[in-house]
Every structure is written in C-alpha cells, then in structure tokens.
Design a protein around this ligand. Structure first.
Ligand code: FE
Ligand code: FE
Length: 264
C-alpha cells in the first residue's frame, strides 16, 4: 500500500511561488476573476438537479482517467491514480472503510469537465462567495479582476451571511467538491460528507480563516477534514498504482456504500 510522502519533502507540495507546473498561475488568474457569487448560485441551480445522465461509479472513474488537473502544482498523473494513491494511503493507516471510500471517490466531481465546464469552474482551492475574500487564499491578488470586488454588500464583515450561520448556509465557489457532496451525501456518514465538500477549502482547514461563518457542526467536523487532507496532498507521487490488483477490493467497497448507478 502507498505511504505518504517519502521521496518528496512536505515543504515541496503546494508551492505556488514557483509551481512545478506552469498551468497553475494561469488557472488561478481565471478562477479568481470569474468565480462570482452569481456564478456559483447559478451553477448550483443548473447542476444540483442531477438530471444529466446516469453512470456507474466505474464509468465516472474511467472518464476521470482522461483528465489532468491544471490547478494541481504537484501531480500530472491521471486522476484515477490520484484517487487510488489517496485511498490506499488511508487504507494503509487502518482508517475505517468509509474513509477509504471517501479517498477513492473524493475527486469524482471532476466529471463536471465531461459537461464542458472549464477547469476554473471544476477544480482548485475553494472559498466562500458573497463575503470578503480571505487574504489567506492563494493568488489573492487576482481577485482584483472579479466583478464582486465592486459589490459593497460582499466586501464587509461576513458579507451576505449572518455571523455564525454555519458553512451549510454559505455558497462556496463552484467546483467538484460541492457537486460531489450533493451527489453522495445520502450515502456517506457526516465526516465523509465534510471531507468531500470542503477538501479544497484550504483557507478554512489549513489557514483557519472564516471563523465568523462557522457553527458548532463545522467546528466538530474540522478535525475530520484535516485528518483527510494529508492523504489527498501527500500521497501524490509518480508511482502508478496497479488498478487490476486493487479492483476487487474497491468493487466491494463501492457496492457496500453507493448505489449501482449514480445520477449526474
Ligand atoms: Fe479535489
Ligand atoms: Fe484530490
């Protein structure tokens, strides 16, 4: 089973000053200019009806195999490899099987690319919209080009949200986390739901920003999101897992928790 970062020191991950891949900076220039409050709300209305198509979990995973994530400074391997590396690292540390499953599916929402969404509307770190952007967000300077910068109701205090309202009441920048959370929330325990929904919300789970928006449930779930993060981040390496040998285990795990087909 895969171990967490050995050949690469932890400080070498998430290096945005000198990213190993030159797509990263351009990705965030677009994401920060275009992810507005209105955009996120409109995408939720569009996609959370789940009336597009039906796929088995493996069909969705096979599609992901064709995708390389432009926002990721650390890996240019196909997504299925990243999912297997994440899940195998979780399994190797003896965590519950629902957490292994969470690792295995956590980026499945990237199938949004299948529907023609640009990468800036699918991947990358996430952040709340409708309230001030935390200075802890990577490439914060690119928000100067976001039209929400000129909407005063978004730029003070907690913006359009009530203090302490809880993250469930907050619209996040649109992407694979929010989409997959809504797709799978009925099948997974609450910590798994949080891991999926907020795994890209680094300004919260790593930087501790947005305290004024949190409720007690968010505070109780944060340690789970943080427990998940190292597996998502530090399991990334260039060694490709062998899917054929692992497939029977993941077949059983998918069948235990998820329906035979997913509504996308
Ligand atoms: Fe992700
Ligand atoms: Fe991931």
């Amino acid at each position: 089973m895969a171990a967490l970062a050995e050949s690469k020191s932890k400080a070498q991950y998430r290096n945005y000053e000198a990213p190993a891949r030159d797509t990263v900076r351009e990705f965030y220039r677009l994401q920060h200019a275009k992810q507005t409050y209105d955009f996120a709300v409109a995408k939720k209305a569009e996609y959370l009806r789940f009336n597009r198509r039906t796929m088995t979990p493996w069909e969705a995973l096979d599609y992901l195999n064709t995708l390389v994530d432009d926002s990721d400074p650390d890996i240019a391997l196909p997504q299925i490899d990243h999912l297997l590396q994440t899940a195998e690292a979780i399994r190797g540390d003896g965590h519950p099987d629902w957490m292994v499953l969470t690792g295995f599916v956590h980026d499945l929402g990237k199938v949004l690319c299948l529907f023609g969404e640009p990468q800036w509307a699918v991947v990358g770190d996430t952040f709340p919209v409708g309230c001030p952007w935390s200075p802890t967000i990577v490439y914060h300077e690119f928000f100067a080009a976001n039209p929400d910068a000129d909407r005063p109701e978004f730029q003070h205090g907690t913006g359009v949200y009530a203090r302490g309202c809880g993250l469930s009441q907050v619209h996040m920048s649109w992407g694979h986390d929010e989409y997959l959370y809504h797709m799978l929330k009925d099948y997974l325990p609450e910590p798994a739901q949080y891991m999926i929904r907020y795994h890209s919300f680094y300004p919260w789970h790593r930087e501790g920003a947005y305290q004024d928006l949190l409720d007690d449930t968010d505070r109780a779930m944060l340690p789970w999101v943080q427990k998940f993060n190292p597996y998502d981040l530090y399991s990334k390496n260039a060694n490709r897992p062998q899917l054929a040998a692992l497939k029977p285990y993941y077949d059983d795990l998918l069948a235990k928790y998820l329906p035979a087909t997913l509504q996308l």
